[in-house]
Design a binder for this molecule. Sequence first.
Ligand SMILES: Cc1cc2nc3c(=O)[nH]c(=O)nc-3n(C[C@H](O)[C@H](O)[C@H](O)COP(=O)(O)OP(=O)(O)OC[C@H]3O[C@@H](n4cnc5c(N)ncnc54)[C@H](O)[C@@H]3O)c2cc1C
Length: 505
Amino acid sequence: MAIDVLVVGAGNAALSAAVAAREQGARRVVVLEKAPRELRGGNTHYSGGLFRFAYDAAEDLRPLVPDVERQVPGFFASVEPYPQARFREDLERVTEGRTDPMLAELLIGRSYDTVRWLARQGVPLEAAVSLSGVKTGATIKFSPGAVIRARGEGVGLSRAWFEIAERRGVEIRYETWAVDLVQDRRGRVTGVVARSPGGLEAIAARAVVLGCGGFESNPEWRARYLGRPWDSAKVRGTRYNTGDGLRMAMAVGALPHGQWTGCHSTPIDADAPPFGDRRLTDKTNRLSYPWGVLVNVAGRRFFDEGEDFQFYTYAKLGGIILGQPRGVAFQIFDAKVASLLEGRYKTGTPIVADSLEDLVGRLPVDRAACRRTLEEYDAALGEGRFDPTALDGLAARGIQPAKSNWAQRLDSSPFVAYAVTGGITFTFGGVRVDEQARVIGPAWAPVPGLYACGEMVGGIFSTNYPGGSGLMSGAVFGRIAGAAAAGHPPTRSASRRRATRRRPS
Ligand SMILES: Cc1cc2nc3c(=O)[nH]c(=O)nc-3n(C[C@H](O)[C@H](O)[C@H](O)COP(=O)(O)OP(=O)(O)OC[C@H]3O[C@@H](n4cnc5c(N)ncnc54)[C@H](O)[C@@H]3O)c2cc1C
């Protein structure tokens, strides 16, 4: 039987596309996965499984996590609404107004409907307690919009997608990667040339969906587009996202789109391996810096640790750390905030001391400068009440940089320091797609037969990123691409209708 839809890649975006294509009537859907079976699933496997989406009321989450109160008593009373306007405001603020309005509208407007779709497909969901919850007394407060994740995090999400795809009759070919797109004389994409242990073969298909990631794992492209010192960055996830899909698409004229000098990059354990560890996945992340003080090897602060909640600063902080001398920094905490440190810190080995003076003495930094920095910080502290669930305005001002919130004295023993570096997650530059996830070609018209989704879509993120948006974008555009490739694109009015709020049934 001829292949209706050929999907390149096997992460969240690609498998959303494959499943949507089957659901919309494509009879034969084939997925090419570059990785061997035991390393399958792209960055999705390594992710925290968090989905950011818009909802008008906590009750809208009930159909997704009907039993959640068994795990989190009082859940529905503690979750704040996250309407589309708030998601839009967050995306516009962190991207400094550079998000593509059409793509942003699709992402935001279809986010809730798509999470409902994921749940209907059988992706198990749960409250993202360890990622987003802050315990205050008996209740857990969540960061609005970043409340729900796949059960089992990225590992669970990836496993669920493979099971769902297989159940739906999608064929998956491992260790098989697309190296070129094939076009007919009229320019329609009619398949790919693929490579596998058996050699090269041409695979024909009525439509091709590219969901094969960015170029985060390709040091030569990182040097080319992101510049120094990105060629030497550690990769947080898969080693297989080397820009193949972007290269293939641009070779047939796809328009590049978005911030090609930008990427998502976070503070990770300085001793993290060069590529993601299948077992540790995202546990090398070190995101509790708002509760402490961050210094570089010159002993200086260089970032406002309390600029905003970590979900709105962590994705740019990795790059800022990488740009510091030797590409490392130290997160310093005192005992007062020990209970607020994310569970992921347990995978690291901190430097510990009974006094701040001793701690500084053990850090491989300019110690005299570090002592001065901490004294200046101490002298700049304002008055107020520390509240980790709000932008509490407890600031250290008059120093460079200021610490805008959660600025407390480092005065409770023991003191700890964690060495961190910047790890790259994924790249922001991609190809231009339209409302049907069709890849746009040189004459600003779709390249017939070619679709893209996930990290390959350029234009949504720039400079920074609101946590949980990557998987959401992958699912939204993957679902659109798969349906469109199967011949059932969302109509304009349907997109608009779906973009308005739907009450859970
Ligand atoms: C450690 C970590 C934690 C994260 N946590 C979150 C989170 O909690 N929430 C969130 O929203 N985002 C998170 N992200 C980002 C998120 O994982 C990605 O944005 C998302 O998974 C990208 O999905 P994708 O399907 O586009 O790419 P991927 O999941 O990376 O899939 C790409 C696929 O393409 C395959 N491939 C590559 N080249 C070829 C080729 N030539 N032929 C065939 N196959 C090919 C790869 O093997 C892979 O299967 C995290 C990322 C990492 C690394």
